[in-house]
Design a protein around this ligand. Structure first.
Ligand SMILES: [Zn+2]
Ligand SMILES: [Zn+2]
Ligand SMILES: [Zn+2]
Length: 90
């Protein structure tokens, strides 16, 4: 395992605040989502791959920001798109 994309990231606070924001793009278009993911590089909140629009993955393809985390209550994992690895952020 050779993912270094989590190194040097600031500890991102406030999962609850990000969760409350909802998926930015879905809110704009009146869409719905299943789970929320937050980009650890810029703080963008998007919806997961189980959601109809998959905005978190779309954000990665647009920006090449490689790492995100779950902001679901009680979840503390992160994921790197480039290396396809999940990490525990606790
Ligand atoms: Zn990585
Ligand atoms: Zn969305
Ligand atoms: Zn981003």
């Amino acid at each position: 395992m050779a993912c270094h994309h989590f190194e040097g990231l600031k500890k991102v606070p406030g999962a609850a605040a990000s969760y409350a924001k909802g998926c930015e793009e879905c809110v704009k278009i009146g869409g719905t989502w299943v789970h929320l993911r937050e980009c650890l590089n810029c703080g963008h909140v998007g919806c997961c791959d189980s959601s109809p629009h998959r905005h978190a993955t779309a954000h990665f393809h647009e920006t090449k920001h490689p790492v995100m985390r779950s902001v679901e209550p009680g979840e503390s994992w992160g994921y790197c798109y480039v290396d396809n690895v999940m990490v525990d952020l606790e």
